[in-house]
Design a protein around this ligand. Structure first.
Ligand SMILES: *Cc1c(COP(=O)(O)O)cnc(C)c1O
Length: 243
């Protein structure tokens, strides 16, 4: 785990990213308040997370179950909401459902049904996003774009799940032009699901896309939620598989 980042460092980064978000939104005629900054806190210490929240972060995004559990036990997220943004195995849903405000990474019927079952068991209605594998990468989580509408229908039929929108992570190797295309496609999927499925009882309002390298582009593409790690906390040590 890296060292705790000082409040001053984190606060300066949060302010800079928030300013860039606001500028970008205004430049394309959007209300800056329509874009939520989610701090991707993987590998950060509980004290770094506390510093981020003190600096104005309102949503933390966690992508490993073990770290989520440790930070929850530590009360590290106090004062902020928590989203689960990583790949979730069905045998771990009990550590996540009802413990986070939103699960952004539902990518199969099997996982959806496991979340529904656990949410019923603990008596909650769990907010979720569907994750789309927009670059059709074999190695990556996410549902195929062609299956997304069907999965969204299924989510709406689950009484203990509240479908709030969709999320995507474009291929890491994508060029700016390719990324623009991926964001456009994801936006279209979002609009399509909204038009076909939204009614008085639903509120499909979250489009989670954009990371440190591409969040301005994602905001231009209609993102309402950017998940930013490196630009807030600095570079991370190389990724290692979760135990
Ligand atoms: C780590 C992570 C991010 C943030 O990535 P950065 O490039 O560090 O901003 C966003 N989304 C998910 C799902 C992540 O795991």
């Amino acid at each position: 785990m890296p060292e705790t980042k000082s409040f001053e460092t984190v606060a300066a980064n949060v302010a800079a990213v928030r300013e860039k978000i606001d500028q970008t939104a205004r430049a394309c005629g959007r209300d800056p308040a329509s874009v939520t900054l989610v701090a991707a806190t993987k590998v950060q210490t509980s004290d770094t997370i506390r510093n981020a929240i003190r600096a104005g972060i309102t949503v933390c995004g966690e992508n490993r179950v073990q770290e989520l559990t440790a930070h929850l036990e530590d009360n590290a997220y106090e004062g902020a909401r928590v989203h689960f943004i990583g790949h979730l195995q069905t045998n771990k849903v009990k550590f996540v459902v009802g413990k986070v405000d939103m699960i952004e990474s539902i990518d199969s019927s099997r996982l959806l049904q496991a979340v529904e079952k656990q949410a019923e068991k603990v008596g909650v209605v769990q907010d979720i996003l569907l994750e789309v594998n927009i670059g059709q990468e074999e190695s990556k989580g996410g549902a195929a774009a062609a299956e997304l509408l069907e999965l969204a229908r299924e989510a709406l039929s689950c009484p203990h799940v509240r479908l709030r929108g969709i999320m995507c992570i474009p291929p890491a190797t994508a060029s700016e032009e390719e990324n623009r295309g991926f964001f456009q496609e994801t936006y279209q999927l979002f609009v399509d699901i909204k038009e076909k499925l939204e009614d008085n009882s639903t509120n499909i309002d979250c489009l989670s896309m954009g990371m440190s390298g591409d969040y301005p582009l994602a905001i231009q593409g209609g993102s309402t939620m950017v998940r930013v790690g490196t630009a807030l906390f600095g570079a991370r040590p190389p990724w290692r598989p979760q135990g």
